[in-house]
Design a protein around this ligand. Structure first.
Ligand code: SF4
Length: 494
């Protein structure tokens, strides 16, 4: 007879065990109070990117068989048992196993020459991350307990040196790192770990303080819930000091920036303290004018938007290489005349050639190009030069002619509302609050990438693509106009 008083035995999966390893409370909340989770906007795009990587990993083995979880995972377990029983030669994708209530699905299960098995976990990263090891150990533990003879267990991650040379040919996109030997101790500890996770799930909500583990290896989706009763802390914490400058003071028990004296700090940090304490921005107009004086005319204020797909889409591109699909250009003459120019490709076609041509056509050869964090724009220009040899001379010259507004801003302006950041989105509201990004539909680079992916999808309607194009144009134009506005304010120029 079923014992209704027996404690409920919670099912576990590889991802639940990963959650437990990050934080027992995270596991407990994800099972008992999932409604408290707050997922960030980029999660969907990362998920789609991961799916594409998984699909390519499978497509590389056309003789493989997929274990579908239809109608449910019980069917996947049965299908896996059947395939193994029939002596399937592999590869088997999403082979599903269960041991002690822990369910695992193996991305790729391949036969080895000695008729044993190799398990591979496909990752969209370009290397092995620490949390991958725990993931893989859980897989191996469950597979071995299910009676599978494993010869190797690998993280199959993206090889960042791969270059697409033929459309659709992704042989070589992945590289395997076999971790089986290295993980034996971790694997041996899995049974105990699973019991601990289960004990947590059967108990009350764990009492755990927030800490560094809340953002490593993942930003925890329960941070708002866990932090709801925390004291709000000082208005101006020492952590606004850039480049980790506040950590040193925290170790001495100082949390409030205003508890420091001017003698404690020097350089930029001293300017930050003074601007924060007095509520008066640090502004060295003379210094800004001196730094900008060397920039020639006309000035081409330039900003690229890019996508960086894990799976290269176009010939000659590598994983995660930045591909420009848009730029905005404010062209300023010495007499103050400004014209706006732009380029946008979001129909899913290869944007590189048309982008390169537009740059050559729209930016005068004698212009000084101004960017905000210029290494990025220079790199995009140089990559375009590599892809378009007939335009390379002009594009490389433009990369050489690119100067950077960011260090000028950092050296000569600080408003306390920047809270230690000189990103354009932090600086602009302190100089021109009317140019708020919050009023735009596309608000940042991540939004722009999501908009491109939606517009480039062949299922996107013309009307929606048009609306996304308008939003992208408005956003990118705001970025370059923001640069013009910031530079003029730094120099006290109207
Ligand atoms: S926010 Fe931190 S303490 Fe709270 S569940 Fe997440 S990892 Fe655990």
């Amino acid at each position: 007879m079923h014992d209704t008083n027996a404690p409920r035995r919670y099912g576990l999966s590889k991802s639940r065990i990963t959650s437990f390893e990050q934080c027992p409370k995270k596991l407990w909340l994800s099972v008992h109070r999932p409604e408290f989770a707050q997922h960030d906007e980029g999660a969907e795009m990362r998920f789609a990117g991961g799916n594409e990587v998984g699909e390519i990993a499978c497509a590389l083995h056309p003789q493989g068989v997929m274990v579908e979880a239809e109608p449910d995972l019980t069917a996947a377990l049965a299908a896996t048992t059947r395939l193994l029983g029939e002596g399937h030669p592999g590869p088997i994708f999403e082979a599903t196993f269960q041991h002690e209530g822990v369910l695992v699905r193996v991305d790729v299960l391949e036969r080895t020459e000695s008729n044993a098995w190799r398990a591979a976990e496909v990752k969209s990263s370009t290397g092995v991350k620490d949390y991958h090891r725990g993931d893989l150990a859980t897989q191996v533990w469950a597979l071995r307990e299910a009676g599978l003879e494993l010869e190797s267990a690998a993280i199959r991650h993206i090889d960042k040196t791969f270059e697409l040379t033929r459309a659709g040919d992704y042989a070589g996109l992945f590289t395997d790192v076999d971790l089986l030997d290295e993980l034996e101790d971790t694997i041996a500890g899995r049974a105990a770990l699973v019991e601990q996770a289960r004990a947590v799930l059967a108990g009350e909500e764990p009492e755990l303080e927030m800490g560094d583990h809340c953002s490593s290896p993942f930003e925890c989706e329960f941070a708002a819930y866990c932090g709801r009763d925390l004291p709000s802390g000082p208005k101006w914490p020492v952590t606004v000091l850039p480049r980790g400058g506040g950590k040193k003071w925290q170790t001495k028990g100082i949390e409030n920036l205003l508890d420091l004296s001017p003698d404690d700090l020097s350089g930029t940090n001293a300017q930050i303290l003074a601007a924060t304490r007095d509520g008066v921005p640090f502004h060295n107009a003379e210094g800004a004018r001196r730094e900008i004086a060397g920039w020639g005319w006309p000035r081409a204020w330039l900003d690229f938007e890019t996508i960086a797909p894990a799976v290269p889409r176009w010939i000659g591109t590598r994983p995660y290489q930045q591909i420009p699909f848009q730029f905005s250009l404010h062209l300023e003459q010495e007499d103050g005349t400004i014209t706006h120019h732009e380029f946008l490709s979001c129909d899913g076609s290869d944007p590189r050639r048309t982008c390169a041509e537009a740059l050559v056509e729209m930016i005068p050869s004698d212009a000084t190009i101004v960017a905000y964090y210029a290494p990025f724009e220079r790199r995009v220009l140089r990559d375009l030069a590599g892809w378009e040899p007939d335009l390379a001379e002009s594009l490389l010259a433009k990369a050489e002619a690119t100067v950077d507004l960011l260090p000028v801003t950092r050296n000569n302006w600080y408003h306390r509302d920047q809270r230690g950041s000189w990103s354009i989105k932090a600086v602009l509201p302190t100089i021109a609050p009317e140019l708020d990004y919050a009023t735009l539909e596309v608000k940042d680079g991540g939004n722009a990438q999501m908009a491109w992916h939606e517009a480039a999808d062949q299922a996107c309607s013309d009307a929606r693509r048009g609306a996304l194009s308008d939003a992208l144009r408005a956003y990118c134009a705001r970025d370059t106009w923001a640069m013009v506005t910031i530079a003029r304010a730094l120099e006290n120029r109207t």
